[in-house]
Design a protein around this ligand. Structure first.
Ligand code: RIB
Length: 328
């Protein structure tokens, strides 16, 4: 399909000139106008969102703000975003917030000052960043995590249901004192997974919920597991609310020679590439990570094309993958 750049090359003008001609500007040299219109006709060009952005003097860049591209969860998700962006004539600028609200606010300000065509964000919980985004004309889509106190196009998984199913699975296997290691307060995936765990414990567990909040990072998972093991009545199972903390918790259990699943049952949220290969194999709650990214990008393309449309909310499902680490 011919792009605005093909028309520009054929007519021997810039893409911005093509955009001005198609937008009816009267300041363009008539000879250039003729060349542009001939090229449009001969190539069969149809203006699209990219042309609209050029008319609004925006770039064809999207800012994608996530926690850490080194985390396999985000790697697959960003790939889903970029594959759609490229097809639609956009490029992606990647911003790692490192779960740091201040860093996230800096990236949001940069995205707006650089007049990005759109922003896709997996929020670290900064209300200030969310307000800056929703107060700007730049289209924004929330992916994976809710944008705090904002109503924008959103695509997430059912975090609460995924966590509830994981906890019910451990209780059904016969575990009684099931603990939860989750991420930072104000980050929706951490809070909603905790809610799902608590719901399951309240409705069918003989013991009270035991909760440790940490930073969604590997060392945080390690330290949280160490604190659980040193408590007066250690848990007999643990639900860990993301991949990095699961790795940290497993490292702690291995170092202290706590047998999994013998002395400790374990389920981790997020698939881990080697979950089938380790002994015992790891029970996980998996997310359609590529689909999350692809869907977020489609929402942004639609938003750019129809700014006034009602915000969309898409909830994908997270699936439990039972393996050995949660058996009795
Ligand atoms: O660390 C990655 C986690 O944070 C994933 O569970 C993802 O859902 C994100 O919220």
């Amino acid at each position: 399909m011919p792009t605005i750049y093909d028309v520009a090359r054929e007519a021997g003008v810039s893409a911005a000139t093509v955009s001005r001609v198609l937008n009816g500007a009267t300041t363009v040299d008539p000879a250039m106008v003729a060349r542009v219109l001939t090229a449009v006709r001969e190539l069969g060009y149809r203006p699209n969102a990219v042309a609209r952005n050029l008319r609004r003097s925006r770039t064809t860049l999207w800012a994608v703000i996530i926690s850490d591209i080194g985390n396999p969860f985000f790697t697959a998700m960003v790939r889903g975003i970029e594959d759609v962006a490229q097809r639609e004539g956009y490029s992606v600028v990647l911003c790692n917030s490192d779960e740091d609200p201040v860093k996230e606010e800096t990236y949001v300000a940069a995205a707006l000052s650089e007049q990005m065509a759109g922003v896709i964000i997996s929020s670290s919980g900064s209300v200030k960043a969310a307000k800056t985004l929703t107060g700007s004309p730049v289209p924004v889509v929330a992916v994976d995590r809710e944008l705090p106190r904002a109503v924008v196009d959103t695509v997430v998984v059912d975090n609460e249901a995924g966590a509830r199913t994981a906890t019910e699975h451990l209780l059904a296997a016969g575990y009684r004192r099931v603990a939860c290691i989750t991420g930072p307060e104000g980050v929706s995936t951490a809070d909603l997974r905790l809610r799902g765990y608590t719901e399951a414990m309240r409705s069918s567990a003989p013991a009270e919920p035991v909760i440790v909040r940490t930073d969604f990072r590997e060392q945080g998972g390690y330290d949280a597991m160490a604190s659980l093991l040193s408590s007066p009545e250690p848990p007999d199972a643990v639900f860990v609310a993301n991949n990095l903390m699961t790795v940290g918790a497993l490292r702690c259990l291995a170092e202290r020679e706590v047998a999994v699943p013998g002395r400790m049952g374990l389920v981790g949220f997020d698939e881990i590439p080697w979950a089938d290969l380790v002994h015992p194999s790891l029970t996980t709650v998996t997310q359609p990570t590529y689909e999350l990214g692809r869907t977020a990008a489609r929402l942004l393309v639609d938003r750019i094309a129809t700014p006034a449309a009602k915000p969309a909310r898409i909830v994908l499902s997270a699936e439990l993958h039972p393996r050995r680490s949660s058996s009795r």
